[in-house]
Structure formats: C-alpha cells, structure tokens
Design a protein around this ligand. Sequence first.
Ligand SMILES: [Zn+2]
Length: 271
Amino acid sequence: MPELPEVETTLRGISPHIKNQVVTEVIIRHPTLRWPIPTRLPELIQQKKLLSLSRRAKYLLLKFDTGTLLIHLGMSGSLRIISKESPIQKHDHFDIHFANGKGIRLTDPRRFGAVLWLGESPHQHSLLANLGPEPLSDALTASYLYGKSQNKKVCIKQFLMNQQIVTGVGNIYCTEVLFDSGISPLRAAGNISLSRYQRLVDNIKKTLSLAIEKGGTSLKDFVGSDGKPGYFKQELNVYGRSDQNCINCQSTLTTIKQSNRTTVYCKQCQT
Ligand SMILES: [Zn+2]
C-alpha cells in the first residue's frame, strides 16, 4: 500500500510537470473506484489552471480556482506522468491532460483509490476535517501524543495508526518505529512515559524523512511517477521479516495480527 512517503514522492514527482498548466481534457475510463468519480468533473476543471498541488495525510489535493480535486491512491494506486500517446493499460482508470502535452494517469488494480471533488472548502470535507497533525510538522510532539494517550487502553500500534491522532503513520512505518523505539506494539498507549513518546516521535520523523529521501519503499504494484517501476528499496528492520532473527538480539521475530494488519516485533527488545 502506498504510504505517506510514496504519496509525498508522487507529489514531488508530478508537481513540476503540471503545476500552473491548464487542463485540456479529463478522461474517466472506469468511474467505479472506492467512490464514483464525479461525472461532472470534466466540466468543473477543463480549461482551468491547476494552481497548486499539496498533500494532507495520504490525500493529494489539486487546487483550481473552482475548487479542489482530491486523489487518493488507495491500496494499489499510482499516479504517473504520461503523454497523450501513452498506451492505455488495463487498470488505467483516469487521466487529466494539460496544455503542455503532459498528463497524469491514475492506475489502480484494486480500485480502492479515489478521485473526489471537494469544492471550495476542502479541509471541511469529512475525509479531511478530523485528521490529526502531519507527522513531519511541528504539531506532532511527544507531549501532544502523551496528552492524547492518557487513560487510553488501546494498544500503541492502533493508537499511532489512528488518523485522528496522527496522520500518515501506516502499517509498515508504524511497525518499524515501534521496533526502533523498543516499544511493544501490544502496550497500552496510556501506559507509555513521556520520555518513551519522545523517542517514538523522534523515530517517526526520522524514519518518514528518510523514506521520503529515498523515494519511498519498494512496492510490487507501485509505479514511480516518472514511469519507472518501483522505488528504491528501503532497509526495513522488522516489517516483512517474519520468523527471521532480530537484528539486535538474534531471537526470532514474532508475527501477530492487530486490527487485521500484520505486526512483526521482537519480544525481547520491545517491551
Ligand atoms: Zn531483539
């Protein structure tokens, strides 16, 4: 699944090609994504200039003077820069073409992605209104998390993956930062000291920054925004290493399911 670093990398990859360009054509091939692509989208953005591109959590926001278009990559989606002649593949659901001859194309085999029109107050939309702070912003601090965690019995893994607490700490990175911080994924969020939250916050920022720097993790069904398959593979210490040895203590890593998501951790190093 594309996580925050992949979305940030996509944003950085596509922006220089299409920012300030006028939309010439919107092509909806398969409108049935997670929610239907609005049929009136072509009339809303055709002949309009794309004023800016930004990211909130894992949502890409394309701002026009008529309103904001949201794109989410879902479980398996990718956006890449194409030309008008780029051959259409099976899972290419949606294109926006621009006056400079470039376009963006959403490819999404599992169709959990989304293309939604948010109108003029995007941050009031139900998908965005209740999101927690961005992990790389100054708003994410140890004292913020510590405050939110008071009296919470929910385990720390679920607490960190709750988008209303903090956005963009997905399964891969959550698993990794808990290992890096020596915190058991099963520990109750309300039973973690401020100093351990400090270590956790430092590791969240470090890990996500590093992943963005490296262009995201390698994902088998992800296509880079420049059309090259995949991203640089990132070193992962625990995620994807079920039954292998812990890099610190050599004991066998433990794999569990939490809210239907796989967690790998070291029972010796994470308490
Ligand atoms: Zn260990």
